[in-house]
Design a protein around this ligand. Structure first.
Ligand code: SAH
Ligand code: SF4
Length: 336
Protein backbone atom coordinates (compact mmCIF):
# COMPACT_ATOMS: atom_id res chain seq x y z
CA UNK A 1 0.00 0.00 0.00
CA UNK A 2 1.54 3.31 -1.09
CA UNK A 3 1.41 6.55 0.88
CA UNK A 4 0.59 9.87 -0.85
CA UNK A 5 4.29 10.79 -0.77
CA UNK A 6 5.29 7.48 -2.33
CA UNK A 7 2.69 7.89 -5.09
CA UNK A 8 4.00 11.36 -5.89
CA UNK A 9 7.53 9.98 -5.97
CA UNK A 10 6.53 7.24 -8.43
CA UNK A 11 4.66 9.72 -10.60
CA UNK A 12 7.71 11.97 -10.86
CA UNK A 13 10.30 9.20 -11.22
CA UNK A 14 11.77 9.13 -14.75
CA UNK A 15 13.48 5.73 -14.62
CA UNK A 16 12.18 3.29 -17.25
CA UNK A 17 13.55 0.36 -15.24
CA UNK A 18 11.52 1.38 -12.20
CA UNK A 19 8.45 1.76 -14.40
CA UNK A 20 8.75 -1.77 -15.82
CA UNK A 21 9.23 -3.14 -12.33
CA UNK A 22 6.14 -1.29 -11.06
CA UNK A 23 4.09 -2.55 -14.02
CA UNK A 24 5.19 -6.19 -13.74
CA UNK A 25 4.41 -6.14 -10.01
CA UNK A 26 0.97 -4.70 -10.76
CA UNK A 27 0.42 -7.39 -13.38
CA UNK A 28 1.31 -10.09 -10.86
CA UNK A 29 -1.12 -8.59 -8.31
CA UNK A 30 -3.84 -8.47 -10.98
CA UNK A 31 -3.34 -12.11 -11.96
CA UNK A 32 -3.32 -13.22 -8.30
CA UNK A 33 -6.53 -11.39 -7.49
CA UNK A 34 -8.51 -11.23 -10.73
CA UNK A 35 -7.05 -14.13 -12.72
CA UNK A 36 -5.17 -14.36 -16.02
CA UNK A 37 -8.16 -13.57 -18.22
CA UNK A 38 -9.34 -10.29 -19.61
CA UNK A 39 -13.04 -9.44 -19.29
CA UNK A 40 -14.86 -7.88 -22.19
CA UNK A 41 -17.53 -5.19 -22.19
CA UNK A 42 -19.13 -4.24 -25.46
CA UNK A 43 -19.53 -0.48 -25.53
CA UNK A 44 -22.73 0.83 -27.12
CA UNK A 45 -22.83 4.61 -27.33
CA UNK A 46 -26.58 4.82 -27.77
CA UNK A 47 -27.09 8.58 -27.71
CA UNK A 48 -24.98 11.72 -27.91
CA UNK A 49 -27.74 14.07 -26.76
CA UNK A 50 -26.64 15.79 -23.60
CA UNK A 51 -28.04 18.51 -21.37
CA UNK A 52 -24.69 19.23 -19.78
CA UNK A 53 -21.97 21.59 -20.84
CA UNK A 54 -18.72 20.10 -19.53
CA UNK A 55 -15.94 22.37 -20.76
CA UNK A 56 -13.82 19.51 -22.16
CA UNK A 57 -16.36 17.35 -23.98
CA UNK A 58 -17.39 17.46 -27.63
CA UNK A 59 -20.91 16.32 -26.74
CA UNK A 60 -21.59 19.42 -24.56
CA UNK A 61 -24.95 20.96 -25.31
CA UNK A 62 -23.47 24.22 -26.64
CA UNK A 63 -21.62 22.38 -29.40
CA UNK A 64 -23.97 22.85 -32.35
CA UNK A 65 -21.43 21.25 -34.67
CA UNK A 66 -22.37 17.68 -33.68
CA UNK A 67 -25.39 16.04 -35.24
CA UNK A 68 -27.38 14.46 -32.46
CA UNK A 69 -28.82 10.95 -32.45
CA UNK A 70 -30.43 8.36 -30.26
CA UNK A 71 -30.45 4.75 -31.41
CA UNK A 72 -33.84 3.11 -31.66
CA UNK A 73 -34.69 0.29 -29.29
CA UNK A 74 -34.22 -2.17 -32.18
CA UNK A 75 -30.79 -0.80 -33.04
CA UNK A 76 -29.63 -1.13 -29.43
CA UNK A 77 -31.03 -4.64 -29.14
CA UNK A 78 -29.32 -5.59 -32.43
CA UNK A 79 -25.97 -4.45 -31.04
CA UNK A 80 -26.67 -6.24 -27.75
CA UNK A 81 -27.57 -9.48 -29.56
CA UNK A 82 -24.43 -9.18 -31.67
CA UNK A 83 -22.38 -8.70 -28.48
CA UNK A 84 -24.07 -11.64 -26.78
CA UNK A 85 -23.53 -13.93 -29.76
CA UNK A 86 -19.88 -12.89 -30.00
CA UNK A 87 -19.31 -14.07 -26.42
CA UNK A 88 -19.24 -10.75 -24.62
CA UNK A 89 -20.45 -11.42 -21.09
CA UNK A 90 -21.47 -7.85 -20.56
CA UNK A 91 -22.33 -4.60 -22.32
CA UNK A 92 -22.00 -0.93 -21.43
CA UNK A 93 -24.81 1.38 -22.49
CA UNK A 94 -23.34 4.86 -22.58
CA UNK A 95 -24.88 8.20 -23.48
CA UNK A 96 -24.97 11.90 -22.86
CA UNK A 97 -26.99 12.98 -19.86
CA UNK A 98 -30.75 13.47 -20.00
CA UNK A 99 -33.14 13.40 -17.08
CA UNK A 100 -36.51 13.62 -18.85
CA UNK A 101 -39.12 10.92 -18.31
CA UNK A 102 -39.12 9.86 -21.96
CA UNK A 103 -35.40 9.05 -21.80
CA UNK A 104 -35.61 7.35 -18.40
CA UNK A 105 -38.46 5.09 -19.52
CA UNK A 106 -36.71 4.32 -22.79
CA UNK A 107 -33.61 3.11 -20.94
CA UNK A 108 -35.75 1.04 -18.56
CA UNK A 109 -37.48 -0.65 -21.51
CA UNK A 110 -34.19 -1.41 -23.24
CA UNK A 111 -32.68 -2.92 -20.07
CA UNK A 112 -35.71 -5.20 -19.61
CA UNK A 113 -35.58 -6.35 -23.23
CA UNK A 114 -31.87 -7.18 -23.02
CA UNK A 115 -32.44 -9.17 -19.84
CA UNK A 116 -35.34 -10.99 -21.51
CA UNK A 117 -33.64 -12.05 -24.72
CA UNK A 118 -30.41 -13.08 -22.98
CA UNK A 119 -32.26 -15.03 -20.32
CA UNK A 120 -30.74 -12.75 -17.68
CA UNK A 121 -27.24 -13.70 -18.77
CA UNK A 122 -25.90 -10.56 -20.41
CA UNK A 123 -24.55 -8.13 -17.81
CA UNK A 124 -25.59 -4.49 -18.21
CA UNK A 125 -23.49 -1.54 -17.16
CA UNK A 126 -24.99 1.92 -17.54
CA UNK A 127 -23.09 5.14 -18.06
CA UNK A 128 -25.78 7.79 -18.51
CA UNK A 129 -24.58 10.47 -16.15
CA UNK A 130 -26.12 11.89 -13.00
CA UNK A 131 -29.69 10.93 -12.20
CA UNK A 132 -31.75 11.07 -9.05
CA UNK A 133 -31.99 8.13 -6.68
CA UNK A 134 -35.42 7.14 -7.99
CA UNK A 135 -34.12 6.81 -11.55
CA UNK A 136 -31.05 4.88 -10.48
CA UNK A 137 -33.38 2.50 -8.58
CA UNK A 138 -35.74 2.13 -11.53
CA UNK A 139 -32.86 1.07 -13.79
CA UNK A 140 -31.40 -1.21 -11.11
CA UNK A 141 -34.71 -2.95 -10.63
CA UNK A 142 -35.06 -3.32 -14.41
CA UNK A 143 -31.81 -5.31 -14.43
CA UNK A 144 -28.79 -3.01 -14.74
CA UNK A 145 -26.28 -3.99 -12.12
CA UNK A 146 -23.26 -1.80 -12.80
CA UNK A 147 -22.88 1.93 -13.31
CA UNK A 148 -19.96 4.07 -14.45
CA UNK A 149 -19.77 7.66 -13.26
CA UNK A 150 -16.37 9.30 -13.18
CA UNK A 151 -15.76 12.10 -10.68
CA UNK A 152 -13.38 13.52 -13.34
CA UNK A 153 -11.21 15.24 -10.73
CA UNK A 154 -11.32 14.80 -6.97
CA UNK A 155 -10.86 18.39 -5.82
CA UNK A 156 -13.77 20.81 -5.83
CA UNK A 157 -11.75 23.80 -7.07
CA UNK A 158 -10.41 21.72 -10.01
CA UNK A 159 -13.92 20.46 -10.78
CA UNK A 160 -15.11 24.00 -11.44
CA UNK A 161 -12.24 24.60 -13.85
CA UNK A 162 -13.73 21.82 -15.94
CA UNK A 163 -17.42 22.53 -15.53
CA UNK A 164 -19.61 25.62 -15.51
CA UNK A 165 -20.87 26.47 -12.04
CA UNK A 166 -24.63 26.07 -12.44
CA UNK A 167 -27.42 23.73 -11.43
CA UNK A 168 -26.39 21.10 -13.97
CA UNK A 169 -22.81 20.93 -12.74
CA UNK A 170 -22.29 20.54 -9.03
CA UNK A 171 -19.27 18.86 -7.50
CA UNK A 172 -21.19 17.68 -4.44
CA UNK A 173 -24.04 16.31 -6.57
CA UNK A 174 -21.53 14.33 -8.61
CA UNK A 175 -19.87 12.77 -5.57
CA UNK A 176 -23.23 12.11 -3.92
CA UNK A 177 -24.45 10.38 -7.08
CA UNK A 178 -21.52 7.95 -6.87
CA UNK A 179 -22.39 7.25 -3.23
CA UNK A 180 -26.07 6.76 -4.09
CA UNK A 181 -25.16 4.18 -6.75
CA UNK A 182 -23.18 2.23 -4.18
CA UNK A 183 -25.99 2.46 -1.64
CA UNK A 184 -28.51 1.06 -4.12
CA UNK A 185 -26.24 -1.91 -4.76
CA UNK A 186 -24.75 -1.21 -8.15
CA UNK A 187 -21.22 -2.38 -8.78
CA UNK A 188 -19.99 1.15 -9.07
CA UNK A 189 -17.26 2.41 -11.32
CA UNK A 190 -15.60 5.77 -11.26
CA UNK A 191 -12.45 7.45 -12.44
CA UNK A 192 -10.85 10.62 -13.68
CA UNK A 193 -9.02 12.23 -16.56
CA UNK A 194 -5.30 12.98 -16.27
CA UNK A 195 -3.02 15.44 -18.04
CA UNK A 196 -5.68 18.13 -17.77
CA UNK A 197 -4.62 21.77 -18.22
CA UNK A 198 -2.93 23.15 -15.07
CA UNK A 199 -2.86 19.74 -13.41
CA UNK A 200 -0.22 19.02 -10.78
CA UNK A 201 1.26 15.62 -9.95
CA UNK A 202 -0.28 15.95 -6.47
CA UNK A 203 -3.74 16.11 -8.08
CA UNK A 204 -3.21 12.72 -9.72
CA UNK A 205 -2.08 11.20 -6.41
CA UNK A 206 -5.20 12.62 -4.74
CA UNK A 207 -7.43 11.27 -7.51
CA UNK A 208 -5.97 7.78 -7.08
CA UNK A 209 -6.40 7.91 -3.31
CA UNK A 210 -9.95 9.20 -3.70
CA UNK A 211 -10.87 6.07 -5.68
CA UNK A 212 -9.65 4.04 -2.73
CA UNK A 213 -11.58 6.22 -0.29
CA UNK A 214 -14.80 5.83 -2.32
CA UNK A 215 -14.12 2.09 -2.36
CA UNK A 216 -15.30 1.73 -5.96
CA UNK A 217 -15.62 -1.66 -7.67
CA UNK A 218 -14.35 -0.63 -11.09
CA UNK A 219 -12.22 2.12 -12.54
CA UNK A 220 -11.92 3.73 -15.93
CA UNK A 221 -9.45 6.57 -16.16
CA UNK A 222 -7.85 8.08 -19.21
CA UNK A 223 -5.89 10.98 -20.64
CA UNK A 224 -7.65 14.23 -21.39
CA UNK A 225 -7.70 14.71 -25.15
CA UNK A 226 -8.59 18.18 -26.43
CA UNK A 227 -11.68 18.64 -28.58
CA UNK A 228 -11.53 21.63 -30.93
CA UNK A 229 -15.16 22.69 -30.38
CA UNK A 230 -14.88 23.10 -26.61
CA UNK A 231 -13.82 25.96 -24.31
CA UNK A 232 -11.03 23.91 -22.70
CA UNK A 233 -9.35 23.66 -26.11
CA UNK A 234 -8.01 27.19 -25.50
CA UNK A 235 -6.00 25.78 -22.60
CA UNK A 236 -4.60 22.79 -24.46
CA UNK A 237 -1.05 24.11 -24.20
CA UNK A 238 -1.29 24.22 -20.41
CA UNK A 239 -1.13 20.45 -20.07
CA UNK A 240 1.95 19.24 -18.19
CA UNK A 241 2.89 16.45 -20.62
CA UNK A 242 3.13 17.25 -24.32
CA UNK A 243 4.73 14.04 -25.65
CA UNK A 244 2.46 11.07 -26.25
CA UNK A 245 5.12 8.69 -24.89
CA UNK A 246 5.16 10.62 -21.59
CA UNK A 247 1.36 10.53 -21.36
CA UNK A 248 1.47 6.78 -21.96
CA UNK A 249 3.96 6.36 -19.13
CA UNK A 250 1.65 8.33 -16.85
CA UNK A 251 -1.24 6.09 -17.93
CA UNK A 252 0.70 2.95 -17.04
CA UNK A 253 1.89 4.39 -13.75
CA UNK A 254 -1.65 5.38 -12.76
CA UNK A 255 -3.02 1.92 -13.57
CA UNK A 256 -0.16 0.13 -11.83
CA UNK A 257 -0.37 2.30 -8.69
CA UNK A 258 -4.12 1.78 -8.53
CA UNK A 259 -3.73 -1.99 -8.86
CA UNK A 260 -1.40 -1.87 -5.84
CA UNK A 261 -3.94 0.22 -3.92
CA UNK A 262 -6.99 -1.85 -4.95
CA UNK A 263 -5.98 -5.43 -5.86
CA UNK A 264 -9.53 -6.80 -6.24
CA UNK A 265 -11.25 -4.30 -8.51
CA UNK A 266 -11.82 -4.26 -12.26
CA UNK A 267 -9.63 -1.72 -14.04
CA UNK A 268 -10.40 -0.84 -17.65
CA UNK A 269 -7.87 -0.36 -20.35
CA UNK A 270 -9.69 2.61 -21.89
CA UNK A 271 -10.20 3.52 -25.53
CA UNK A 272 -8.51 6.90 -25.14
CA UNK A 273 -5.20 5.10 -24.62
CA UNK A 274 -5.30 4.02 -28.27
CA UNK A 275 -5.12 7.68 -29.27
CA UNK A 276 -1.75 8.14 -27.63
CA UNK A 277 -0.18 4.75 -28.43
CA UNK A 278 -1.41 2.14 -30.91
CA UNK A 279 -0.36 -0.56 -28.45
CA UNK A 280 -1.80 1.46 -25.55
CA UNK A 281 -4.54 -0.92 -24.56
CA UNK A 282 -2.26 -3.96 -24.63
CA UNK A 283 0.37 -2.21 -22.52
CA UNK A 284 -2.27 -1.26 -19.97
CA UNK A 285 -3.45 -4.89 -19.79
CA UNK A 286 0.11 -5.90 -18.91
CA UNK A 287 0.32 -3.27 -16.14
CA UNK A 288 -2.66 -4.05 -13.93
CA UNK A 289 -5.73 -3.44 -16.11
CA UNK A 290 -8.06 -6.41 -16.75
CA UNK A 291 -11.05 -5.11 -18.70
CA UNK A 292 -11.36 -4.19 -22.36
CA UNK A 293 -14.27 -2.27 -23.82
CA UNK A 294 -14.44 -2.75 -27.61
CA UNK A 295 -16.84 -0.42 -29.36
CA UNK A 296 -19.97 -2.04 -30.80
CA UNK A 297 -21.87 1.14 -31.61
CA UNK A 298 -23.29 0.81 -35.15
CA UNK A 299 -20.58 2.05 -37.56
CA UNK A 300 -22.70 4.70 -39.22
CA UNK A 301 -23.27 6.63 -35.99
CA UNK A 302 -19.97 6.14 -34.27
CA UNK A 303 -18.33 9.26 -35.61
CA UNK A 304 -21.04 11.43 -34.07
CA UNK A 305 -20.10 10.24 -30.59
CA UNK A 306 -17.10 12.49 -30.59
CA UNK A 307 -16.20 13.32 -27.01
CA UNK A 308 -12.62 14.18 -28.06
CA UNK A 309 -10.69 14.65 -31.32
CA UNK A 310 -9.34 11.60 -33.24
CA UNK A 311 -11.39 9.12 -31.25
CA UNK A 312 -10.23 5.63 -32.30
CA UNK A 313 -12.51 3.07 -33.82
CA UNK A 314 -14.43 5.84 -35.55
CA UNK A 315 -13.53 4.71 -39.04
CA UNK A 316 -12.21 1.23 -38.42
CA UNK A 317 -13.89 -2.02 -37.62
CA UNK A 318 -14.48 -3.11 -34.06
CA UNK A 319 -12.78 -6.50 -34.44
CA UNK A 320 -10.92 -7.73 -31.39
CA UNK A 321 -7.21 -7.42 -31.82
CA UNK A 322 -5.16 -10.49 -30.99
CA UNK A 323 -4.31 -10.11 -27.35
CA UNK A 324 -1.45 -11.72 -25.47
CA UNK A 325 -3.92 -12.70 -22.72
CA UNK A 326 -6.74 -15.25 -22.54
CA UNK A 327 -10.21 -13.77 -22.87
CA UNK A 328 -13.04 -14.73 -20.51
CA UNK A 329 -15.80 -15.23 -23.08
CA UNK A 330 -19.42 -15.34 -21.88
CA UNK A 331 -18.43 -14.21 -18.41
CA UNK A 332 -19.73 -11.16 -16.68
CA UNK A 333 -16.61 -10.65 -14.58
CA UNK A 334 -18.16 -9.38 -11.36
CA UNK A 335 -15.84 -8.49 -8.50
CA UNK A 336 -18.45 -9.24 -5.84
N1 SAH B 1 -22.38 11.53 -20.06
C1 SAH B 1 -21.84 10.51 -19.23
C2 SAH B 1 -21.11 9.42 -19.99
C3 SAH B 1 -20.47 9.79 -21.30
S1 SAH B 1 -19.01 10.76 -21.19
C4 SAH B 1 -20.91 11.13 -18.18
O1 SAH B 1 -20.42 12.23 -18.41
O2 SAH B 1 -20.69 10.49 -17.15
C5 SAH B 1 -17.87 9.55 -20.58
C6 SAH B 1 -16.53 10.09 -20.16
O3 SAH B 1 -15.83 10.64 -21.26
C7 SAH B 1 -16.54 11.23 -19.16
O4 SAH B 1 -16.73 10.76 -17.85
C8 SAH B 1 -15.18 11.88 -19.38
O5 SAH B 1 -14.24 11.43 -18.38
C9 SAH B 1 -14.74 11.36 -20.75
N2 SAH B 1 -14.40 12.50 -21.64
C10 SAH B 1 -15.21 13.48 -22.05
N3 SAH B 1 -14.50 14.37 -22.79
C11 SAH B 1 -13.23 13.93 -22.85
C12 SAH B 1 -12.02 14.41 -23.42
N4 SAH B 1 -12.00 15.55 -24.11
N5 SAH B 1 -10.89 13.70 -23.27
C13 SAH B 1 -10.91 12.54 -22.59
N6 SAH B 1 -12.00 12.03 -21.98
C14 SAH B 1 -13.15 12.72 -22.11
FE1 SF4 C 1 -22.35 15.28 -21.51
FE2 SF4 C 1 -20.86 13.36 -20.35
FE3 SF4 C 1 -19.83 14.96 -22.26
FE4 SF4 C 1 -20.36 16.02 -19.87
S1 SF4 C 1 -18.86 14.39 -20.34
S2 SF4 C 1 -20.89 16.94 -21.86
S3 SF4 C 1 -22.20 14.87 -19.31
S4 SF4 C 1 -21.48 13.46 -22.50
Amino acid sequence: MFTREEIIEILTDESDDNLSLLCSDAHRIRVENRGESIFLRALIEFSNRCQKNCLYCGLRSSNIDTSRYILSEDQIIDSAVKSYNSGYGSIVLQSGERRDREFISFVTKVIKEIKRFSDNKLGITLSCGEQNEETYREWFEAGAHRYLLRFETSKEENYYRLHPKDRFHSYSDRINAIKTLKKIGYMTGSGFMYNLPNERVEDIADNLLFLKELNVDMVGMGPYIPHHETPLYEERNLVRLKEKSDIMKLALKSIAILRHLMPHINIASTTALQVIDNQGREKALASGANVLMPNLTPDTLRENYSIYDNKPGVKEDSELISLPFPIAYNECGDTI
